[in-house]
Write a protein that binds this ligand. Sequence first.
Ligand code: FPP
Length: 228
Amino acid sequence: MPDCPLKHIAFIMDGNGRWAKKRHLPRELGHKAGAEVFDKIVNYCYDIGISAVTVYAFSTENWKRPQKEIDAIFNLFSYYIDHYVEKMRNKKVRFVFIGDRTPFSDSLKKRMSDIEKATEPNSQMILFVGINYGGRNEICHAVNELIAQGKTNITEEDISNNVYTHVYSDPDLIVRTGGEYRLSNFLIWQSAYSELYFTDTLWPDMTGADVDLAIEEFKKRDRRYGGV
Ligand code: FPP
């Protein structure tokens, strides 16, 4: 594996709808193109030696979208979690789904936890997929877990140990495509010291070369973590 200047990269995959609109296509086809690019970008990150990738596939706010679009995203998610896991089998990728699974069907919940269990020993790369994920919701979830454990004086370390991504260190770099400059409730706790990179490129147009540009920019940043 090549030496990589960062361990954990996260993507806000924005711009699928606009990509489709530019081509006079339904938004659902933008998400389909986005899912194909998700595959390419994750593999590219793997090839350049990144150890952890987090993607934001569906947020706790995305339920406000038309039902047809929600169904299209969940159909893609459902297709990918089986076919993608199979495709990545030889690559030793561990899958972890982050987000609130409460509204999902029992069969989807089972498939998700089966994949997590089956891939748990894989140590080449970890892939966190945010599905019904919201950063504020995650912090509430972590605090409720701690209350259930009987904790009374909650520390930062306690919360870090109870967020959905607790099995890996926080992202070094968060990339948002699609020209918006905000985090939109993504990795609110974990992003305290992450570098942020914004690009106008729409997610379905994203390539490995765009990832390289983000990493080049990351290398120029001076990470002081509050020091001098
Ligand atoms: C944001 O673009 C994208 C989403 C809300 C969905 C992302 C979903 C996928 C890439 C496919 C499924 C995921 C996996 C992991 C297989 P937008 O719709 O907000 O675009 P817009 O801002 O141009 O309207």
